[in-house]
Write a protein that binds this ligand. Sequence first.
Ligand code: PMP
Length: 281
Amino acid sequence: YDDRDGYIWFNGEIVPWREAKVHVLTHGLHYGSCVFEGERCYNGQVFKLTEHSERLVDGGRIMGFELPYSVAELDAATNAIIAKNGFKDCYVRPVAWRGSEQMGVSAPNSKINVAIAVWEWGAYYSDLRLTRAIYDRPAPTAAPVHAKAAGLYMICTLSKHAAEAKGFGDALMLDYRGYVAETTGANLFMVSNGALHTPIADCFLNGITRRTVMDLARQRGIEVIERRIKPEELQGAQEIFVTGTAAEVTPVRAIDDVTYPVGPVTRDLMDDFRKLTTGAA
Ligand code: PMP
C-alpha cells in the first residue's frame, strides 16, 4: 500500500503518499503502542466522524498516551485529507503511535504521531463463510480490549489467515469464556424467533456500526437482546450477519458446515443502514 499516488495527513501536514514513512525503531512497531480507526466516507461525508475521532483519542488514553490533536482537529484533518485526495466515497484510516525517540518497553517520553490515510475500498466481504478461530478474544484483565489497539489485531490476522487457508472468508472468534464474540473485524448478530441476539460487548469492541444497527432494529420494532451466546446456539439461528465500518451489514452464509439464508431481517437492516449512511431515501 505504500507505492501509490495520493496524499496522507501526517502530524499536521499533508505529505505525498510515498513519503509518509517511519523509522525502524518505532515503538509502536516493536511493542504495539498504537491505536487506529476505520471510517467510511459516503457521498463526501464520513459516517459518525466525531464518534470515531473520540474513540481514537479515548483509545490513546487507554494505551497510556495523549494524542497531540483534539477531536475537532482530527475531524477537520480527516475532511481535509479526503478533499485533498478528491474522494467522495472512501475508507479512512487514522492511526496514532509512539515514535522512535526511546527504545525499550518503557518509553513514556516518545513522541505521539498521528497519520490519516484514505483510499477507495469496496465491499469488505463477499459470500461470507466463517470457521472457528484458532485464537480467542482475551479477558478484559488480559488486554485493553475496548481500545482499537493494533496489538489486539495480532490474534485477528493469525486467525483470519488460518481461516483463509481453509477456504473460509473469516474466523468466528469466541471469548475467553468460550462464548461467541465476533469475527476478526466485525461484530456478530443472530436472528432467532424474530428477535435479534448479539453478544454483550464486554471483551471486544462495541462497534459504532453495531450500536447503529441495534437502533435501526428497534426502530423497526425488532426486539434486541444482548446476552451470552454459546457457539452451538448459532446452529439453530434463522439468520446471521456481521456489522462493522468496513463490513457494513454483511450476511453470514455459513459457519463451518451449517449454512444460512440471507433472510428478511438481514435484508431490511442492510437497506436501513445503506439509507442512513448514504442519505438515500
Ligand atoms: N470488532 C473488530 C475487531 C473490529 O476491527 C471492528 C471494526 N472497527 C469492529 C468490531 C466493528 O466496529 P465499528 O462498527 O465501530 O467499525
